[in-house]
Design a protein around this ligand. Structure first.
Ligand SMILES: [Zn+2]
Ligand SMILES: [Zn+2]
Length: 315
């Protein structure tokens, strides 16, 4: 988001003969907007993305992965306002105050928009993240990712939803894309599309905010008085994706629009090639322990469970 020149007027209001002052300037879209037109612009942009990638329709039942952060709450708000049937799903990770605060904010928001929030607790399912962190030598973020993917998919099926929507924004997607490109990690690049189709027990997963920057999302939350958790999860500290974000933001400052181009040109030019060449590689099995879909004999979650049991670490 760029600097707003003093006295700027809203581009859309001006075109209609109005004089409303602009409160936001979007350099890579060359738009100065007032509050109302910003909200309108934002919601239209999300709807366009949903249609562009044929993510879902009004007939689908959508489960939104809610973390209490600005992106997931913003997404939930937009989908509801656009008339989609979207409910929330929150996983209590058991990370002390962080989980308490984010759960309360999610609950409050669910009441505000009048849509149910399904809550599960990792403590009841396996163990809270701090315990998992102590009992395995994998980084906590990877265990957290495994747990979120697993339970989200499992409960969505149980609860009768056919779409999982996550609040990943453009900055998230670009940082991951950048990392995967630095390592030429084809296995992950192949999955980096805003829609992962349903197959072999996996539900369709979509990222409707993939063309919205982090700042744009924060601005939308601010204008809509959405209260969200502002501090990062204590376990995410030092994650390389955070470093990539900082580097990319420096480039973006000098060359507005770079992030969006990097991402959209990947989807347009590179993704189809990767997809075609590596289509047949991923064989989906059924986990021998829990019966959920998995890319190996035993799924990531069951392996994690075993590691926790073996270590003998308790709450
Ligand atoms: Zn306006
Ligand atoms: Zn399993």
């Amino acid at each position: 988001m760029g600097k707003l020149k003093k006295g700027s007027r809203c581009t859309i209001c001006k075109a209609k003969g109005g004089k409303e002052k602009a409160v936001v300037f979007l350099p890579h879209h060359r738009l100065a907007l007032c509050r109302d037109h910003y909200i309108q612009w934002f919601e239209k942009r999300v709807e366009k993305t949903i249609k562009e990638f044929r993510m879902f329709s009004k007939k689908d039942r959508i489960l939104v992965a809610v973390s209490g952060g600005k992106d997931s709450l913003t997404l939930w708000n937009v989908l509801t306002k656009l008339g989609y049937e979207a409910d929330g799903f929150y996983i209590d990770l058991g990370i002390d105050q962080y989980s308490e605060d984010s759960k309360n904010l999610s609950l409050r928001f669910s009441e505000r928009i009048g849509r149910p929030l399904h809550i599960i607790s990792l403590k009841d399912e396996i163990a809270p993240i701090p315990v998992i962190d102590k009992s395995t030598n994998k980084p906590a973020c990877s265990a957290c990712g495994t747990a979120k993917r697993y339970y989200m998919n499992r409960y969505a099926k149980q609860l009768g939803y056919n779409i999982i929507a996550t609040g990943h924004n453009l900055d998230d997607e670009v940082a991951v894309l950048f990392g995967n490109t630095l390592h030429w990690d084809i296995k992950y690049l192949k999955k980096q599309y805003p829609v992962l189709r349903e197959e072999g027990g996996f539900i369709r997963k979509v990222k409707p905010l993939c063309k919205i920057t982090e700042k744009e999302s924060a601005m939308y939350a601010f204008f809509n008085d959405i209260e969200y958790i502002e501090y990062e999860c204590p376990f995410s500290e030092g994650a390389s994706s955070i470093e990539y974000k900082e580097i990319l933001s420096k480039i973006e400052e000098k060359h507005p629009g770079t992030k969006l181009q990097f991402y959209t040109n990947f989807l347009k030019n590179m993704y189809p090639i990767i997809k075609e060449h590596y289509e047949k590689e991923s064989q989906i099995n059924i986990c021998k322990i829990c019966g959920e879909p998995s890319f190996s004999d035993i799924c990531g979650m069951c392996r994690l469970k075993k590691a926790v049991e073996k270590s003998g670490v308790h709450n």
